[in-house]
Design a protein around this ligand. Structure first.
Ligand SMILES: *Cc1c(COP(=O)(O)O)cnc(C)c1O
Length: 449
């Protein structure tokens, strides 16, 4: 009997038996072949399901991290039908148009810039700006801002790749305007500057937001307004993409935890010639990098050969156009990120309590702290509310359909409702209920042993 049951089926037959997973036949054939080769054809089903779960799919973010890098940063709606679009075609004149202009103009309007353009991500924006405006020349950056953002993005390395030369200024914790002036003028007032570059051809001053860390204690850094008094153009990589510190798209104005985050409009008003930011952080859109500010500098970036290599596709531009219109319409709560950011703790508590009322007894409503995430606002906590359940149920919740990503603290599973769309509350209630049912079944099993 045993020998009979374990005799391997044919690869084709096994692959066909997995058709219900929805994976294409050639993929199932690979899975079947490997399972049989491993002498474990009975695992084929589990292998197919595991393969299925690797595919990109919607998940419910119960972590309370608003911009979760592993979950795609900002949540975003997009719909697209199978149509042509006037991506590079001017409908008025019938001549060739620019894919950059319409979205660029809207984004520029939304942050008070003369012009703006879009590239694939923030890293590409920094690379393009340095390459287009400073290749073969110096770029002055404070030693306190030589950041690594994550995913291998390091300012000194990007500088190298762009062909610009890094001119380090000041120290890790204290950099003054005079340090910049010395680096730019060469001689300066502090005598023969040790380590000063041999030639002082500084094309740009680059200010980089310390997005994901803070230097505290005995610190000093020149403001944007001070750096703007220097001769070379000032580029500010603000990182997060907050368009305007006043958040005019929110009825209640900016949430208190947003304070101190640099915003594009105010950075330009303070005198930066260009700002650079990501599309999928506080902007709440698709992965993209935006370069905004002085029209002539933006145009020089657009003419550089790298611009073609990092240009965004129509899907991203359509999503960003929609987002820019939403900002200009001041419909902040139509942007998922700002909706999450704006829920009051009372609203979240009510949602938690109504889930608890409809779910198993082991679930309770609990105060939590959300975090902005996405390499922005380090150390900032946003008061929130959610659910807790004794034990670690993260595996079961991840296997749920749709997957629910929760976290565990002190052997308690926590789901923060700030990052959950209210439409998903009942899905969470049901998933926690079945996790609780599994738990009590297991407990019953143990007590009967
Ligand atoms: C996030 C960030 C980047 C990189 O942007 P991506 O869109 O992730 O490529 C660059 N600079 C700063 C200051 C950032 O915070």
């Amino acid at each position: 009997m045993v020998a009979e049951a374990s005799r391997p089926p044919s690869v084709d037959k096994l692959a066909r038996s997995l058709a219900h997973t929805g994976l294409p036949h050639p993929v199932l054939v690979d899975i079947a072949r490997t399972a049989i080769a491993d002498g474990d054809h009975e695992s084929a089903q589990a292998r197919a399901e595991a393969q299925q779960r690797v595919l990109l799919q919607p998940v419910i973010n119960g972590t309370g991290v608003l911009l979760h890098t592993n979950l795609g940063r900002a949540p975003m709606a997009h719909t697209h039908t199978e149509n042509f679009a006037n991506l590079e075609f001017d409908l008025t004149t019938g001549a060739r148009g620019s894919r950059q202009r319409p979205v660029g103009e809207l984004l520029a309007k939304a942050c008070g810039a003369e012009a703006a353009m879009v590239v694939n991500n923030g890293a590409a924006a920094v690379l393009l700006v340095l390459g287009a405006l400073a290749a073969g020349r110096g770029v002055a950056v404070s030693r306190g801002e030589l950041v690594e953002i994550g995913g291998g993005f390091r300012i000194p390395d990007v500088m190298n790749q762009s062909g610009a030369r890094l001119v380090e200024v000041g120290t890790t914790n204290r950099t003054r305007l005079a340090d910049f002036a010395n680096a730019i003028d060469g001689a300066g007032g502090s005598g023969p500057a040790a380590g000063a570059p041999a030639d002082n051809d500084v094309a740009l001053v680059l200010q980089v937001h310390q997005s994901n860390y803070a230097i505290v204690g005995f610190t000093e850094a020149p403001t944007t307004a001070e750096l703007a008094t220097l001769a070379p153009p000032l580029v500010a990589d603000i990182g997060s993409g907050l368009l305007d510190a006043a958040c005019p798209w929110l009825d209640g104005g900016p949430p208190p935890w947003l304070k101190d985050e640099p915003a594009a409009r105010q950075t330009l008003e303070a005198g930066a010639d260009l700002v650079i930011f990501s599309g999928d952080k506080l902007l709440g859109g698709p992965q993209a990098g935006i370069i905004a500010g002085d029209a002539e500098l933006v145009a020089r970036c657009g003419r550089h050969p790298l611009a073609r290599a990092v240009r965004p596709g129509g899907l991203v531009l359509a999503a960003l156009q929609n987002l820019a219109l939403t900002y200009l319409d001041r419909r902040g709560t139509d942007i998922a990120f700002w909706r999450m950011a704006s829920y009051s703790v009372d609203e979240l508590r009510e949602r938690a309590e109504s889930i608890v009322a409809s779910a198993s007894r082991s679930i309770s409503a609990t105060e939590l702290d959300s975090t902005p995430g996405g390499g922005t606002l380090p150390g900032v906590e946003i008061p929130s509310f959610g659910l807790s359940m004794p034990g670690d149920h993260t595996d079961a919740l991840r296997q749920h359909e749709p997957p629910i990503i929760a976290r565990v603290v002190d052997d308690t599973t926590l789901i923060d409702l700030r990052t959950v769309d209210p439409a998903d509350d009942q899905i969470i209630a049901a998933a926690l209920d079945s996790a609780a049912a599994l738990d009590s079944a297991a407990a019953l099993g143990e007590s009967s042993q």
